[in-house]
Unconditional design. Structure first.
Length: 83
């Protein structure tokens, strides 16, 4: 999604606001072959989450990105080899 589409998606009036959000997330937009900046699908997920956080009246500084956790089943069986 290019910058203009992002501005419309989040109802932002300036690029500066968009780039502030990207900075909070620690993201830099990728560029296509024509050097046009765009957000990847993964970045959109995080931008959407931040947008909802802001719409709920919360500050960007209090936004915590959900981290991906590896879940290990309680039924996992571990084997050890003794020599």
């Amino acid at each position: 999604m290019n910058v203009q589409e992002l501005l419309l998606r989040y109802d932002l009036s300036s690029r500066a606001t968009l780039y502030t959000r990207l900075k909070v997330l620690g993201f830099e937009l990728a560029k296509d072959d024509n050097e046009k900046a765009f957000a990847t699908p993964e970045q959109l997920v995080h931008l959407d989450q931040l947008h909802e956080h802001i719409k709920a009246g919360k500050k960007m500084s209090t936004f915590v990105q959900p981290s991906q956790a590896d879940v290990v089943s309680a039924k996992t069986v571990q084997f050890s080899v003794h020599s």
